[in-house]
Design a protein around this ligand. Sequence first.
Ligand code: NAD
Length: 361
Amino acid sequence: MDMNIGVIKGDGIGPEIVEEAMKVLDQVAKVYGHTISYTQLLMGGASIDVAGVPLTEATLAAAKASDAVLMGSIGGDAKTSPWYQLEPSRRPEAGLLQLRKGLNLFANLRPAVLYEELKGACPLKEEIADRGFDLMIMRELTGGLYFGKRSTEEIDGVVTAKDELTYNENEIRRIARRGFDIAMKRRKKVTSVDKANVLDSSRLWRKIVEEVAADYPEVELEHMLVDNCAMQLVKDPAQFDVILTENMFGDILSDEASMVTGSIGMLASASLNDTKFGLYEPSGGSAPDIAGQGIANPIATILSAAMMLRFSFDLDKEADAIEAAVAAVLKDGYRTIDIMSDGRKQIGTAEMGDRICSYIK
Ligand code: NAD
């Protein structure tokens, strides 16, 4: 297969971790007979330095023209970086929002996996961590409370703030379809999370999800209220496969799920639209505190590249190979500084990339 991948190396540790993900993609291409062409794009702080804005029209157009985009994190140290002297709409993070909007990325996928070898980092009780977990949060990203009308006004002498929560059936249907498609590639279970005992938008959510489920008879569907889901994630995360939910619930639950794995340098993410296109990036930030030292953990970015192969190119075997290589390197005891523990071997960013490649044969 020929793959045309846009690459945004980003700021801070971005260039270091993306370099390793490209190394792993090149190894996959060599072993499985694919061709990859990369188009380097600037976004965030790196774009401000060159073009004065965090995202140019040209970058957006080039991102649209690629099959998928692999991105490192963007942004700098808010206290010391000159980027944060600019008005908010010109800062690095504004570029990310513009990019997501420009590419119509309405579905955000965040896996939370507890690796056997990293159980010690899990903050949950030992008997829960021992069961392990491998779940995927599918969050709606462009609707709901964060995109509704808002206002603050004085009503009868009392200052009152309003935020509107709106979902229409089409917005729900397209994210639900994405959720069920992804469940078909996994363990075929969807937990749809809402607050249908209170909210009209949740009752519509539940109805449309039921309708979509009818097209996926192999997938088991359950509904769960968001407050219960927040509890179940710390009580028994192994019960979940795909958690499908709206924007704000997904924002909160995905952070909760990532914390229970205990290691931010391990967490991949993907944002998808209604084509095969996706933007793939680590869940963590640009870690300016350790940038340029060659010690950042590249695994989240490497696993994001695996998600790219799986979701944008349908290359499941190749994605499996990357995930198995990551698990094997951890089993051999190699660790970057953020996941280091007693008796393990500490290695840097580039060596981690090399070792992962060595398992892809
Ligand atoms: P951060 O995730 O960058 O760092 C938090 C801590 O985790 C730091 O101690 C850092 O060293 C560590 N860390 C993060 N990723 C790591 C990795 N791969 N390997 C080893 N250690 C790692 O969060 P922050 O400090 O709050 O934010 C720094 C910058 O990143 C800010 O400018 C913020 O806006 C930006 N940010 C960008 C994104 C994105 O690009 N999507 C997401 C979050 C934050």
